[in-house]
Design a protein. Sequence first.
Length: 278
Amino acid sequence: MANITAAEVNNLRKITGAGMMDCKKALIESEGDVEKAIDILRKKGQKIAAKRADKSASEGVVLAGINKEANFAAIVMLNCETDFVAKNQDFIDFTNSVLALALGKTPKTIEALLALELDGRTVEEHVSEQMGKIGESIKLGTYEIIEAPRVFSYIHPGNRLATILGLNLAEGDNVEKAGHELAMQVAAMSPIAVDKEDVPQTVLDKELEIGIEQARQEGKPEAMLEKIAMGKVSKFIKENTLLNQDFVRDTKKTVRQYLAESNKDLKVTGFHRVMLGA
C-alpha cells in the first residue's frame, strides 16, 4: 500500500474539489498516481449520478449572456437538488464557465454544448464530476439560444430567471435602449410569443374551448358562447403576446406602440424566458 501523505491528499482536493476522505481513498487505490486518482473520483461522480438519477433537481442557477459580436445570446440553466448548493459560489462559477463556453463556441443544441471541451474534458464530464464533489443530482436542464443582428440578455437578481431577446437591427436609433427594456419586459410579463400569429393554433383552440365552457358555466345563452369565448381569446392574446402587452414602463401604451415610437424599423425576431420551476 502506498504511503499517502496529508500534503498529497490536500493537493488532490485542491485539484478536484472532492472531500478529503474521498481523495485519500482514491490515492490509496491508485497507489499515489494523481491522474489515476482523478479518474477514480470522476468515476465515482458518474456512479453517484446514476445512483441519484431519481432525485429531483428542481433548484439551480439560470444565467444568460451575449457574445462579443452581440449577435448570439444564450441561457444556461444548471439544476441541483437544494437551494444551498444553488447559492454556492463555486456552483455559480461553474455555470458561468459553461455559459462562457457556449457564447464562445455558439453550439445550437444542448447536446452540442454537453459535447464541447472545457479544460480538457467535455461539459458532460464536468457535470458528472460536479455530482461527485457535491453529492447531489446535477444536470444541465435548459439551453436556449437566439441569433439575430442584435441580441440582449437579462438576469433577474437571484439567478433564478433570465431572458434573451433578438432585434432585426444591429444599430440605429434607440436599439440599445429598446432591447434592454424588452428583455426586462419578457422577464416581468412572461409572454408566450412575439405576436398573435406566433401562438400555436393548438393553444388558441384550447383557450377557445375553455372560454366556451366558462361562458356555459356562467349561464350564458348557447348561441352566444363562441362569441363570448372569442372575446376571452382576444384578451388572452393581448396579455400573453409581447407586442400586444401593456408596456410595463408606461401602461398607457402597448409594447408595439413603444417599439414604433423608439424606431419604426425595429422588430423583435424572437425571445426566450427561462425560470426555475416554471
